[in-house]
Design a protein around this ligand. Structure first.
Ligand SMILES: [Zn+2]
Length: 65
């Protein structure tokens, strides 16, 4: 059984497409794969993009008058 979860906002370093990167488990190691171009990166390597946290601080900002 293979589980994959997409990384919201992540850009593939190879084809430069957004929201095509998915994280899956292979041999006990998390592997990031691009569903568009087939790019693969093991989790032990540097992350492809740090944009996963993008917008995180914005959601919490709320200023009631
Ligand atoms: Zn790609």
């Amino acid at each position: 059984m293979q589980r994959k979860r997409f990384i919201a906002g992540a850009v593939c370093p190879q084809c430069q497409t957004q929201d095509t990167l998915a994280v899956g488990q292979e041999e006990q190691v998390e592997v990031v794969t691009c569903v568009k171009c087939g790019y693969r990166q093991r989790q032990s390597d540097p992350p492809p993009a740090a944009s996963e946290r993008q917008g995180e601080g914005i959601i919490g900002i709320f200023h009631p008058d």
